[in-house]
Design a protein around this ligand. Structure first.
Ligand code: MN3
Length: 212
């Protein structure tokens, strides 16, 4: 199957006031949709046309030279955004609060507490010049905070993305993710975003990634 745009798991207005409906509509319906369309067009007629998108971004080095760049940007964009929608939920209805259980304990152990974790994660997002993502990954069994440029994903590996690991939380810091509501105030967007983080989903991904 070629890539398809997944439906949002909630209404486009459900993350208000932290993320506004118009931003969600354009971000999902225009930006994410363009990654799907352009990625499918780039890979049409190749053996990668029907491949699992995650398998493609893990194997970029194997792609033909003329397909690698388009796949990195567009299949990367599709994988990143498909995950991002799942990582959010309406505030107070699955979104916000603090992680508990094994994930909460691991965050406390790795970063010294939830507040310290949030500060370090936001610093990764603020420090990403231009467009990119901040990530919480499981790398060799340990939690790490990293960031990538553009639509790179830690699953692409260190040689391409500059970092590695399995992402369990990701924050889009492209201006298209926040500009309509927050203009140039990326830190305000990042601070508000914690109100809609779907920690149950992050915990599920943590367990899948081998976290205890
Ligand atoms: Mn985006």
């Amino acid at each position: 199957m070629p890539m398809t745009l997944p439906a949002l798991p909630y209404d486009k207005a459900a993350l208000e006031p932290h993320i506004d409906a118009q931003t969600m509509e354009i971000h999902h319906g225009k930006h994410h949709n363009a990654y799907v369309t352009n990625g499918n067009n780039a890979l049409a007629g190749t053996k990668w046309a029907d491949a699992d998108p995650v398998a493609i971004i893990k194997a970029l080095a194997e792609l033909p030279d003329d397909k690698r760049g388009p796949a990195r940007n567009n299949v990367g964009g599709h994988v990143n955004h498909s995950m991002f929608w799942q990582l959010m939920a309406p505030a107070g209805k699955g979104g916000g609060g603090e992680p508990g259980g094994a994930l909460g304990a691991a965050i406390n152990a790795a970063f010294g507490g939830f507040t310290q974790f949030k500060e370090k994660f936001q610093a990764a997002g603020a420090g990403r010049f231009g467009s990119g993502w901040a990530w919480l990954v499981v790398n060799a069994g340990k939690l790490e905070i990293v960031s990538t440029a553009n639509q790179d994903n830690p699953l692409m590996g260190k040689a391409i993305a500059g970092c590695e690991g399995t992402p369990i939380l990701g924050l889009d810091v492209w201006e298209h993710a926040y500009y309509l509501k927050y203009q140039n105030r990326r830190p305000d967007y990042m601070a508000a975003w914690w109100n809609v983080v779907h920690w149950a989903k992050v915990a599920e991904l943590y367990a899948q990634a081998g976290g205890k």
